[in-house]
Design a protein around this ligand. Structure first.
Ligand SMILES: C[S@@+](CC[C@H](N)C(=O)[O-])C[C@H]1O[C@@H](n2cnc3c(N)ncnc32)[C@H](O)[C@@H]1O
Length: 389
């Protein structure tokens, strides 16, 4: 089903139906999203990117501006020009219902000071300003052109929170300590700076994911007196990744040429492609199979496949799912020190054995030594409770 303007409901209806609190609805009423969107924008709906120009189709532009969809506002770190869709989405207006769900996770109260990471269009910074007062809001944006555009849009809309051009991974110590930190760009490793710049008891809300896939979940961390931060995942989400933590893996770095290497290990998968695809499964597998990234897609002849690449060595796996039932005549090819597909299958079976825990049963703890995901209880790191094969 489309979430776009054809859906018939206004954004206001959608937010009310989602239970957005009255104080946030008031902020929403004061900050029209359209004021923060550019002349040409790319709404993402129903798995595809659209191109909408305000000059060419003003009515349509307005309807998409008020739709519950994320809207790409920059491609390829600004290298992309023209109106065609680019390669990589690098800045956007986040999906409104998700923004308000994250505000709910943030649980702010009057007078709190908030640091936002990833200003983007500036809409969230304006909403936070409307809710908490612009003097209590600092937002950090890495891309100078995006930051300048956000400042201009904020100014024109009548809001003046501080917008800093800089690397959000460093936080913004000048205005610390913060009561709340909201991150609207996806993180793989939580930087120490955010915890150091947060008050004890502060809440940090962010999209977090593993290297396994682009499937993130929002985590709500509470900062403890001892300088650690911990909390559960609240909802699944997909966000663009924070710039310096993006990962690029090239197939050619693992397998030279078109033929399988001589020492390739061959087997038959016990899982089908479709069993791995639900977002919650992908997220859980990412927690269980470390230092591995995967791509799913189709081989040149249209056969569905999964490719896995090790991040600390040159282990690789390729799995092709032939046949009607998705796995009877399928084939696994693996190479390198790890058998990555075997790890994925073992992780999946362990996850099933655990009662198929959803994202909300997992949590994350960040300490001076790094970060650790856990299942159900903080003491039970997934690494400790999952006895790998
Ligand atoms: C999804 S957009 C933010 C959307 C914003 N909340 C809104 O609704 O308009 C993510 C932004 O994070 C920015 N970003 C990426 N890496 C960053 C970093 N290291 N520090 C600060 N901002 C970063 C991107 O340039 C992009 O503008």
């Amino acid at each position: 089903m489309t979430a776009g303007p054809e859906a018939g409901q206004t954004l206001c209806d959608i937010l009310l139906e989602a239970g957005v609190a009255p104080e946030w609805m008031r902020a929403y009423g004061e900050v029209p999203r359209a004021l923060f969107l550019p002349e040409v924008m790319w709404p993402f709906d129903d798995g595809r990117d659209l191109v909408i120009s305000r000059t060419d189709t003003p009515e349509e532009w307005r309807r998409w501006a008020d739709a519950d969809v994320p809207i790409t506002t920059q491609w390829d770190d600004g290298d992309h020009t023209g109106t065609a869709v680019g390669e990589l989405r690098t800045s956007s207006g986040s999906m409104p219902s998700l923004v308000f769900a994250m505000f709910a996770d943030l649980s702010v109260s009057d007078g709190m000071r908030v640091l936002e990471i990833g200003t983007g269009t500036g809409w969230c910074a304006a909403l936070l300003s409307a809710r908490l007062g612009e003097r209590n809001v600092v937002s950090v944006e890495l891309d100078a052109a995006v930051a300048a555009r956000a400042r201009k849009a904020l100014d024109a809309a009548g809001w003046r929170p501080e917008v800093v051009t800089g690397d959000g991974l460093l936080g913004w110590p000048e205005r610390a300590p913060y009561d709340r930190i909201l991150v609207t760009v996806s993180v793989r490793e939580v930087p120490r700076a955010w915890i150091d710049q947060a008050k004890p008891g502060a809440v940090i809300v962010m999209p977090w994911g593993t290297r396994y896939s682009h499937q993130d979940a929002i985590v709500r961390l509470v900062v403890a007196d001892d300088g650690t931060a911990s909390g559960r995942f609240t909802r699944l989400a997909r966000f663009m990744q924070i710039r310096s933590q993006r990962l690029e893996v090239r197939h050619g770095d693992y397998i030279d040429g078109d033929d399988w290497p001589d020492d390739t290990r061959r087997s038959v998968p016990t899982l089908s492609a479709s069993s791995l695809m639900p977002p919650g499964v992908e997220f859980a597998l990412g927690l269980l199979v470390p230092d591995c990234t995967h791509v799913s897609g189709h081989d040149t002849d249209g056969t569905p496949g999964v490719w896995l690449y090790g991040l600390t060595d040159r282990s690789w796996a390729a799995v092709f799912f032939y046949g009607e039932d998705g796995h009877s005549a399928s084939q696994v090819y693996q190479g390198g020190p790890r058998s990555l597909w075997d790890e994925v299958e073992a992780a999946y079976l362990w996850w099933v054995d655990q009662g198929r825990p959803g994202h909300g049963e997992f949590g994350l703890t960040v300490t001076a030594d790094g970060q650790q995901a856990w299942l159900r209880e903080k003491r039970q790191s997934v690494e400790a409770v999952w006895k790998k094969p």
